[in-house]
Design a protein around this ligand. Structure first.
Ligand SMILES: [Zn+2]
Length: 60
């Protein structure tokens, strides 16, 4: 299995991009049970699942 590109935080309903994450993302604070992955592993899928894109690591 390859590394996931996107990580969802269920507690905040925010999706991060792991390749461009910043300190402000606080990804290491996300509890294991709050982590979500997407199939397919795309921003479109995350948005379809009603996640909001992180303003620090995902630019329009
Ligand atoms: Zn982020």
């Amino acid at each position: 299995m390859s590394m996931p590109g996107y990580l969802g935080d269920k507690s905040e309903n925010i999706v991060h991009h792991l390749g461009t994450m910043t300190q402000e993302c606080n990804i290491y604070q996300i509890k294991k049970g709050d982590k979500a992955y997407f199939i397919p592993d795309t921003i479109q899928q995350a948005l379809e699942e009603k996640y909001t894109q992180c303003k620090f690591c995902i630019k329009n």
